[in-house]
Write a protein that binds this ligand. Structure first.
Ligand SMILES: C[S@@+](CC[C@H](N)C(=O)[O-])C[C@H]1O[C@@H](n2cnc3c(N)ncnc32)[C@H](O)[C@@H]1O
Length: 490
């Protein structure tokens, strides 16, 4: 049945009423989860009331909303609306210098979805002001980025990052990227079967003809090309696979550097692009708590343990902010037995500066420039990695864990702190599903517990336990060498 019967509708309404009784506006996790449940139930009701033929219109309005928000952010329209009060179309046009009819048409979907408000100053016309005025909602206000708040990370930054660095690239995922990858695979197969063939296939592509003219001329594929080969969706589906790694993904493809640079290197070619990405990711950082799940206190060395035993190595730990949180929360750990590693010298230098001026890690912590792919600290009690694996496809992640396994002793732990997606995503995990889509565009991947088990086992490790903060998608996945305490010795 396309629409619920009266009885079904009343059952849905009653479920909503039941969960609504638990509503609380407190900031704690439990109240947050209760609000998510209310929201999930309310959405179930709205979906039930939506006829299938209305769905394309709903999707259309979602699309129009995204385009309109992006346009308004670019044109600084949101900043032109007063933080309190309202503004007429004429005044908005005067302040922004954008044509009034353009603004009016762009605002329409935003008002329809409730992103922006439109109010009539005096419904009876007594003020002599007949037109509607635009007014912020809590959403549009959160998307304003006033010039004196450029340094803060606001929801608008996350939207911009998702729009520019996810949506724009992935819009052509099925039309350009997948056909390109499928054709590349076919070509490679052919070359393997005919080793003497002179046929070659360029890996290059282009985001726009002007961004990389040399590469666009060498490839039949470009970011904006239409489906290829025409009309052969079944052969496309056969070759369809998830983006592979930091070199081979929609991001490098879109910028004409597929296989020649990592997504991060491509971002680094434009400081603004990199900044947008980093700001956006920062907005999602809170989804992966670094304490509250695994008890790092158990890593404290006992008196019987060797003097030089390392309690914890934070691999790819950036400038040490996360490690500092762990040490602050677990005073049993000895800073002299803690190591921070990152392969970026500038990041490591920041960590050292924090140690020197007393704002960062305790001075005893050993801070080193180090690449994950070769682990020189052997037999540590735990190797901790937060927000590293989401940037890696399965093959590279497995390779990294294998290399780490070579340095582990029989009782070393590997502690991977990432989102751990449920098999079925619900209201509370929506952000995790969005992040998975986003990192797909740069060759990364968010994983389920099964996904982690697969890469652990591929690397000769066993997944021991997923430590969770109840109700939070971000978790800490613990692994050990396969065979546990009977495994490799150091
Ligand atoms: C997303 S940040 C996460 C930083 C920190 N773990 C946290 O949770 O805030 C990824 C970090 O990994 C580092 N990194 C990436 N690849 C690495 C590698 N092969 N070896 C060492 N560090 C690496 C980067 O320089 C960056 O600081």
């Amino acid at each position: 049945m396309a629409l619920p019967s009266k009885q079904e509708f009343e059952a849905l309404l009653s479920s909503l009423n039941n969960v609504a009784k638990d509503y609380s506006d407190s900031n704690d996790l439990d109240s947050h989860l209760r609000r998510m449940e209310i929201s999930a139930q309310a959405k179930r009701l709205v979906r039930a009331l939506t006829a299938p033929e209305q769905m394309p219109i709903q999707h259309g309005i979602n699309m129009a909303e995204l385009v309109a928000i992006h346009t308004f952010m670019k044109l600084k329209v949101l900043e032109a609306i007063p933080q309190t009060g309202s503004i007429s179309l004429e005044d908005l046009s005067r302040v922004t210098r954008a044509q009034d009819s353009l603004l009016e048409r762009m605002a329409r979907p935003l008002v329809a979805t409730g992103f922006l408000d439109q109010v009539q100053p005096s419904p009876d016309g007594s003020s002599g002001d007949s037109g509607y005025k635009y007014k912020h909602t809590k959403f549009s206000l959160a998307y304003t980025i006033p010039s004196n708040q450029q340094q803060e990370t606001k929801p608008g930054h996350l939207f911009t990052a998702l729009y520019n660095q996810y949506l724009k690239l992935m819009l052509k995922f099925a039309d350009s990227y997948l056909p390109f990858v499928a054709a590349l695979a076919r070509n490679q197969n052919q070359s393997q079967n005919q080793p003497s063939s002179s046929h070659s296939f360029s890996h290059s592509s282009s985001f726009s003809s002007s961004s990389n003219p040399s590469s666009s001329s060498t490839s039949s594929f470009s970011f904006f090309s239409s489906s290829f080969p025409p009309g052969s969706s079944s052969s496309l589906a056969r070759g369809a696979r998830e983006p592979q790694d930091p070199f081979h993904n929609p991001f490098t493809f879109a910028y004409g550097q597929y296989g020649r640079a990592t997504a991060r290197e491509v971002m680094g070619q434009d400081p603004e692009r990199l900044e947008t990405f980093q700001r956006g990711m920062k907005g999602l950082d809170v989804m992966v708590p670094c304490v509250g799940h695994f008890d790092f206190g158990v890593l404290a060395a006992s008196e019987e343990e060797e003097e030089e035993v390392v309690e914890l190595v934070d691999v790819g730990g950036g400038h040490g902010a996360v490690l500092k949180q762990i040490l602050d929360a677990h005073p049993q750990l000895n800073p002299e037995r803690i190591v921070l590693q990152d392969y970026r010298e500038d990041v490591v230098e920041l960590a050292r500066a924090g140690q020197r001026n007393g704002t960062g890690l305790p001075r005893g912590v050993r801070v080193m420039v180090h690449d994950v792919m070769g682990q020189s600290v052997r037999g540590a009690k735990a190797y901790f990695m937060r927000m590293i694996f989401r940037h890696l496809c399965d093959d590279v992640a497995t390779q990294m864990l294998s290399r780490l396994g070579e340095a582990m002793s029989h009782d070393s732990r590997v502690l991977v702190c990432e989102l751990v997606l449920p098999q079925r995503v619900g209201e509370a995990d929506l952000g995790a599903a969005v992040l998975d889509q986003w990192v797909m565009s740069i060759g990364g991947k968010e994983r389920t517990e099964e996904g982690f088990r697969k890469i652990f086992e591929g690397a000769g490790l066993e997944l021991v336990k997923v430590w969770r903060v109840p109700g939070v998608t971000g978790a800490c996945v613990e692994g050990r060498l396969q065979g546990g305490r009977g495994g490799r010795q150091h």
